[in-house]
Design a binder for this molecule. Structure first.
Ligand SMILES: C[S@@+](CC[C@H](N)C(=O)[O-])C[C@H]1O[C@@H](n2cnc3c(N)ncnc32)[C@H](O)[C@@H]1O
Length: 281
């Protein structure tokens, strides 16, 4: 098994999908604000979406081999894969390169704009905000980067899990990751964290203001084309859940699933669990 990573860039490898993308001028230069996420203004605005793509691609790359192996039967029958919270299309790229048909979805328009560049040959790249928007019928539903933990509460996460189960066709496969209650353990050792590339930098402060609420307050700096820098701020609240109860919830909706620590042989951050299951015929 590979070692567990925390924040290393691309597991020490160069990421070819990130090479052509560079920071560009801000839509509104110098704008910055901290406000709650809404359907009109979701998580991952332009600058953070780009920083995620350039500096935090390692997770999708680590997960890809295990997910591709799990989805081998789906590819063999030319099934349709729906990806939730696809971000900038990093996992999507792996799925497409392996010969899958993919509909890649995310709540963030800025992420979808990047995904269109990285994975433009997908069947579709479209906005889908969980838990309300319908999930298209699928032979596999995948999601990495704990997209479901961004939902506002446990009830919303349950509704998203139900929607996943209902959207799966008989024999369909689900493979997602989800932060467990212990995901933020050890946080007090590293409450702040910084990372930078040539044209961007991010400083993140992490806290647990209440049990099962993991908050990241992020300051994002991006270089403008004229060499000046702009700043944006985002506050992300992740709802941590008792992942051990997810299989029971999915079973009530026709999906037999198990909780694990990896999709394949990759090492994932402590407290990030995988849920892999199959829809009953
Ligand atoms: C940590 S990023 C992971 C992105 C990508 N899967 C990856 O691994 O690089 C989490 C993603 O979940 C998306 N997301 C957050 N809330 C969502 C929601 N309610 N519905 C769908 N996607 C959501 C975000 O826009 C973001 O792209």
């Amino acid at each position: 098994m590979l070692g567990r990573y925390t924040t290393g860039p691309c597991g020490g490898r160069e990421c070819s999908t990130t090479a052509p993308l560079r920071a560009r001028s801000a839509p509104v230069a110098g704008s910055r604000s901290i406000h709650p996420v809404t359907a009109d203004d979701p998580y991952y605005r332009h600058d953070l979406a780009l920083v995620h793509h350039l500096g935090f691609s390692h997770h999708a790359h680590h997960c890809a081999p295990g997910i591709l192996e799990l989805l081998r039967p789906v590819r063999e029958r030319d099934g349709l894969v729906v990806e939730l919270g696809c971000g900038s299309g990093l996992l999507t790229r792996h799925l497409l390169d392996a010969g899958h048909r993919v509909i890649a979805t995310d709540a963030s328009p800025a992420m979808l704009e990047l995904a269109a560049t990285v994975a433009g040959d997908a069947e579709a790249i479209r906005r889908l905000t969980l838990p309300h928007d319908p999930i298209p019928p699928a032979d596999a539903i995948v999601s990495v980067g704990h997209a479901l933990n961004y939902l506002p509460d446990e009830d919303a996460i349950d509704r998203a899990l139900t929607a996943i189960a209902v959207a799966l066709r008989p024999g369909g496969i689900v493979a997602i990751d989800l932060c467990d209650l212990d995901y933020a353990e050890g946080l007090s050792d590293q409450p702040s964290f910084g990372k930078a590339g040539d044209d961007w930098a991010i400083v993140t402060q992490r806290s647990m203001p209440e049990p099962a609420r993991f908050v990241r307050t992020m300051v994002i700096f991006t270089r403008n084309t004229d060499g000046s820098w702009r700043r944006d701020d985002e506050v992300h609240v992740n709802v941590l859940v008792d992942v051990s109860r997810v299989p029971e919830h999915l079973a009530r909706n026709g999906v037999d699933a198990r909780v694990g620590d990896s999709f394949g042989s990759e090492g994932l951050p402590a407290g990030l669990r995988t849920i892999v299951g199959t829809r009953r015929a």
